[in-house]
Design a protein around this ligand. Structure first.
Ligand code: NAP
Length: 348
């Protein structure tokens, strides 16, 4: 029998959609993603980008406080280790995601730990194939597969992820380890300027590492970087290696010149990579309308509809502008309500 709604993805958008559709008695089936080495390398493991961050201080409802007892009582046995790791300051990304997952499960969401790798939206009900080769049928689908930050791809960068290497200044920039220290931002677009500007509030100096001699950022943003005394742009340079120590994490970067100057090093307590994001939409190529950068297109203003009636999109997979946990969660709720109303309209 066809499912009422299948949700693909397990970040804040996916779990919020699951919580709302479950409470609407639609018995959602959620494919949270597979736990594979490929997904780890790509940054697409279950529970999304938040599970790759540390403290989350800007998700409303989680002020600083000791949540260990609550985590102990609310999480199932297999996730209870999180309670012992709780750091007594608000909530961490992994904690928040496990709590959302548990909340969705509490309302009856069925969870499959696998990827959807193929879809057929030309038939009704829709058909979706998991990586294990199983097909499921669904009257409606919510895509919430998110996006992944692009990294430089250096082994040393991978080694220090979460120990000074980050792709989100808004998420991690205010951490004590970065305060009053020199920091590095890689990239020359609007995101890089935005990150550098934000970090300049905490850092002693922010080095922007850009591979060319002109910023890609819009004029107004470029001026912001050029006029900020704490931002120091290192033109025509690329990061060759992230330097660090096992205990301290990042201690600096080794830079190579793109115009033949000698290599050199810079001392820094953190490196923020801002070289763009890639939405997780490969399995949807040719099936749903996308922007030139392969984000899913919302086709109705202020709604989560996609180009196929009955398929909805929520979170970063369709949003390259806000990209926050709380905005993703909000659009997951919207997609659930859109799906619920669409199904009701069809009598399904
Ligand atoms: P982007 O505009 O594509 O810029 C990416 C930057 O990263 C470029 O400067 C690029 O260098 C550099 N880069 C890419 N790959 C690299 C690599 N392997 N090594 C070193 N550098 C690399 O991406 P974005 O800044 O994330 O912006 C995405 C979109 O969101 C844009 O349309 C932007 O306008 C928008 N946005 C707007 C705002 C705002 O208005 N406040 C804020 C954030 C984002 P090159 O320049 O040499 O290609």
């Amino acid at each position: 029998m066809a499912e009422h709604v299948v949700i693909v993805g397990s970040g804040p958008a996916g779990w919020s959609a699951a919580i709302y559709t479950a409470r609407a008695n639609l018995k959602p089936l959620c494919f949270e993603g597979a736990i594979t080495e490929d997904n780890r390398q790509l940054g697409t493991l279950p529970l999304g980008q938040l599970s790759l961050t540390t403290e989350v201080e800007n998700y409303a409802g989680f002020p600083a406080g000791d949540m260990s007892a609550y985590l102990k009582s609310s999480l199932p046995e297999e996730h209870s280790w999180l309670a012992d790791q709780h750091h007594k300051q608000g909530v961490s990304g992994p904690e928040l995601m496990h709590l959302m997952r548990q909340q969705a499960a509490n309302f009856g969401t069925r969870i499959v730990t696998d990827d959807i790798v193929e879809v057929d939206f030309n038939v009704r009900p829709f058909r979706l194939r998991s990586s294990q080769g199983e097909w499921v049928e669904a009257h409606s689908v919510i895509i919430a597969t998110g996006a992944r930050a692009n990294y430089l791809g250096l082994p040393s960068e991978d080694k220090y992820k979460n120990r000074g290497v980050s792709a989100c200044a808004v998420c991690d920039g205010a951490l004590p380890r970065f305060r009053n220290k020199p920091l590095v931002v890689v990239g020359g677009g609007d995101s890089a300027v935005e990150e550098a500007d934000y970090l300049s509030k905490f850092a002693s100096v922010v080095y922007m590492i850009h591979r060319r001699d002109a910023l890609r950022a819009s004029k107004i943003m470029a001026d912001r970087a050029l006029n900020n005394k704490k931002i120091n742009i290192q033109w025509n340079t690329e990061v060759e290696e992230v330097l660090g120590e096992d205990k301290a994490g990042v201690t600096g970067v080794k830079l190579k010149s793109t115009v033949g100057e000698p290599s050199r090093t810079l001392e820094a307590a953190g490196m923020f990579v801002a070289i763009g994001h890639t939405p997780n939409t490969v399995f949807l190529e040719g099936k749903l309308a996308m922007t030139p950068k392969k984000y899913l297109q919302w086709t109705v203003p202020f709604r989560t509809n996609t180009s196929v009636e009955g398929v909805f999109a929520a979170g970063d997979v369709a949003d390259d502008y806000y990209r926050q946990a709380i905005t993703a969660a909000g659009s997951g709720c919207q997609a659930a309500l859109d799906a619920e109303r669409w199904l009701a309209g069809k009598g399904l």
